[in-house]
Design a protein around this ligand. Structure first.
Ligand code: SF4
Length: 594
């Protein structure tokens, strides 16, 4: 089946039954991944509690995965998010996406809840639900090791949850690929790990006997791949060298110098620990080698080693920019070693560092303001942070409330006025008062305060957002969002955003599947999927007037950086949001017309 694995695996954990079916037509009509998930969830999923057995975990890839197409290095996790209560999507790198394709599997549909802990093991399309009672209670790394040992194959592709997922921490992640030559990765945001935990599913292991994919025209694919690789090596604006050298922490060069790196729970821009957090010094002191997802020439992952000090001996995949922001910025941890330690703790328990860093910074801020009384807690207290992460993972004491994430924690403790989130998701490291198109992105994104549906920060910083009017800029970003929705269906990594233009996507899809699309057809599919997600979220209680917005504190408080005051008004955000509705074809109030 050109470009596709040809099968889907349906596992009902309540009954213990697994079925393998042919990949349905609508999966291929919608290319795969996100666009299929949007339709599937809109038509089939109606669940009150995202942690009940009725939630469905869909794990899906697309036609480019496992082929020679560079950076088709992601697998999508789709679910109703226990953190936001809306459509959940989260993407994981590593090599699981390729192994799934080689095994002949385009998607897993996971239903129900097992009575006892289990893991799913597929060897090609033969499926087993195996007992994981002895693995339950272990961290993500140990679980991965134990599953590989149980299978008896050290190169199996395994994704696991840690204790946070088991204990239904609302922002628990799914982790994959620790200790491999390939890049360790997470399905990091919105609580996919908690959904797995609620199903008592400790892990998923995939093994393929062959490593090949049938495509429609391998010559067309090869020509397209050659063009892509030439672009990557010849065009410095694509940024491959920067990713290769620094990985995502390269964003610190800009964040610390332009002031959009938020510190002290959104009260400061930049950082007083600028020297310690400089990507050049980080590389010099800690870098050991690069890590790449399957078939990725960017290899943005860095393996680091801490050689001296309190955390000497610590090694593993580096903290990403977002983790450095969440703990180095928001919690003002001024030592890279300590951030690396916190990163390791989150990694082992299986916790999203962005939401965790934000909820802990909110706690420190509320404590500083005398609104919550936590004895001795202050910004930058590494030991307290590590203890609280432990309490979150096991839902102990205050950790039980913190495990609910920023929005619910603030409601439970009466500090909603201090909390910052959109649609229940805490923001990443781009202050929307400095980068105004991030205010727009946080307001309209289907995931909430998220930087990855358009990556507006990248287009704003690179000067690509240079259209003469605001309306044209929003139109440009909607075009980017459509293209990235197609990325999430193929499934391509976000960092290929300057690599794959529409023409490249069309050529690749033709070579892989034999289907020749126009840009208009692909954009129509993307808009259809985006609109279905909107309708799904509206059914689940989304209120556009209330929810397509950023938090009040961004309007009330200005931020100062190197003598300049940065502010944003509600009117600015509302204007951008209205343009978005228009370009999506929704009515003035943000509701799809049919
Ligand atoms: S750029 Fe980084 S995250 Fe993306 S596919 Fe390559 S190695 Fe993975």
């Amino acid at each position: 089946m050109n470009g596709y694995g040809g099968h889907i695996v349906k596992v009902n954990l309540s009954t213990g039954k697994a079925e393998v079916e042919e990949t349905p037509k609508d999966f291929m009509e919608l290319i795969g991944g996100k666009m299929f998930a949007a339709k599937y969830f809109y038509e089939n999923v109606n669940v009150d509690d995202p942690l009940s057995p009725d939630n469905i975990l869909l794990i899906a890839i697309g036609p480019a995965c496992g082929t020679k197409v560079p950076m088709a290095s992601k697998v999508g996790f789709y679910f109703v998010s226990p953190l936001t209560n809306y459509f959940g999507e989260s993407y994981m790198g590593g090599n699981l996406m390729a192994e799934m394709k080689w095994a002949g599997i385009d998607a897993f549909f996971i239903y129900g809840r097992s009575e006892k802990p289990v893991y799913i093991y597929t060897h090609d399309t033969s499926v087993e639900i195996r007992d994981a009672s002895n693995i339950w209670g272990t961290d993500t790394h140990k679980a991965e090791d134990m599953i590989k040992e149980d299978i008896g194959y050290k190169d199996a592709c395994v994704a696991t949850i840690g204790q946070a997922g088991e204990n239904l921490v609302k922002f628990a992640v799914v982790s994959h690929n620790y200790g491999s030559i390939r890049r360790e990765s997470k399905a990091g945001r919105l609580g996919a790990g908690a959904v797995m935990g609620s199903k008592r599913l400790k892990g998923i292991a995939v093994v393929a006997s062959e490593k090949s994919v049938d495509v429609y025209d391998s010559d067309v694919v090869l020509i397209a791949v050659k063009n892509i690789l030439t672009k990557i090596s010849k065009d410095p604006k694509i940024g491959a060298d920067t990713y290769r050298r620094y990985g995502t922490p390269a964003t610190l060069f800009y964040g610390l110098n332009k002031g959009f790196f938020p510190s002290h729970y959104f009260t400061k821009g930049g950082s007083e620990f600028e020297e310690e957090l400089n990507p050049g010094s980080i590389r010099e002191k800690y870098y050991d080698h690069n890590l790449a997802c399957y078939n990725c020439p960017f290899s943005c992952g860095k393996y680091i080693k801490v050689k001296e000090g309190k955390y000497a001996g610590l090694e593993g995949k580096h903290p990403e920019y977002e983790t450095i922001y969440a703990f180095g910025g928001q919690n003002e941890v001024g030592s890279y070693d300590a951030i690396a330690k916190i990163n390791e703790v989150c990694e082992l328990y299986g916790i999203d560092t962005i939401e965790a860093g934000n909820v802990l910074a909110l706690l420190a801020y509320a404590t500083e303001k005398g609104r919550i009384n936590v004895d001795g807690l202050r910004f930058g207290d590494v030991d307290a942070i590590i203890k609280l992460l432990n309490d979150i993972a096991f839902r102990k004491g205050l950790g039980d409330k913190l495990a609910e994430g920023v929005k619910r924690f603030s409601e439970m403790t009466g500090i909603e006025d201090l909390a910052i989130h959109s649609k229940g998701l805490a923001p990443p490291g781009y202050d929307p008062r400095v980068l105004k198109f991030m205010a727009f992105e946080y307001a309209v994104n289907n995931r909430g305060a998220d930087h990855l549906r358009m990556t507006a920060y990248a287009f704003e910083l690179s000067g690509r957002l240079n259209q003469p009017t605001l309306e044209e800029k929003i139109n440009y970003l909607v075009n980017v969002e459509d293209r990235l929705i197609v990325f999430d269906s193929l499934v391509l990594c976000r960092f290929a955003r300057y690599v794959y233009e529409w023409d490249d996507i069309i050529q690749i899809l033709y070579g892989l599947t034999g289907k020749k699309y126009s840009v208009e057809e692909l954009r129509e599919k993307a808009n259809y999927a985006r609109t279905l997600i909107r309708k799904f979220n509206l059914k689940r209680g989304l209120n556009p007037e209330r929810d397509d917005d950023i938090s009040e504190r961004f309007y009330k408080e200005v931020i100062k950086f190197r003598g300049t005051e940065y502010k944003i008004t509600r009117e600015e955000v509302k204007t951008m949001v209205k343009f978005y509705y228009k370009f999506r074809g929704w009515n003035e109030k943000g509701y799809p017309r049919n």
